[in-house]
Design a protein around this ligand. Structure first.
Ligand code: T46
Length: 135
């Protein structure tokens, strides 16, 4: 099964421009209660971010401006995708290794997270990650 799962958002556009509302709850787009929102911007050219997995964290990543690439890897399968569209969000499940790179200068990556920030939830070593996923 593919690791690349998108949520499509409805864009409300008129002659002034576009607006997207992201909602949680029954019949709404985001499949978890959002406890945290953060955004990544001003990323230096050539930089790779991420390079970790989370034990217990679901996220949706929405590139609201510019573009970047993301790798998702569950230990058995590795897939790569462009995040370049504000009308869709990439669902990132727990125990998935992620790497982001090829950031455009204007890239703003908005991330909706199911849990508060917790450094102990990170797996930052790829070999540790592979050991955990093979158990
Ligand atoms: C992820 C990818 C997509 C906080 O204080 N609170 C937070 O909520 C976050 C996410 C980070 N931080 C601090 C921790 C570091 O000192 O901000 C600094 C940069 O975080 P980090 O190096 O983890 O950033 P990325 O871009 O490598 O990874 C982030 C998220 O941490 C991660 O959960 O899935 O974006």
């Amino acid at each position: 099964m593919s690791l690349i799962n998108w949520i499509n958002f409805q864009s409300h556009g008129d002659e002034r421009g576009s607006l997207i509302a992201v909602e949680i709850g029954m019949d709404k787009a985001i499949p978890f209660d959002i406890k945290r929102v953060y955004y990544i911007y001003n990323t230096e050219q050539g930089v790779t971010r991420g390079c970790h997995a989370h034990k217990n964290l679901k996220q949706v990543a929405i590139c609201v401006a510019g573009r970047c690439r993301m790798v998702l890897d569950n230990g058995a399968r590795r897939e790569e995708v462009w995040l370049d569209c504000p009308t869709r969000g990439l669902v990132i499940q727990d125990m998935v290794w992620r790497e982001m790179y090829d950031f455009s200068k204007d890239c703003v990556l908005l991330v909706l997270a199911s849990e508060h920030y917790d450094e102990s939830d990170y797996i930052r070593d790829y070999d540790d990650f592979l050991r955990e996923t093979s158990q």
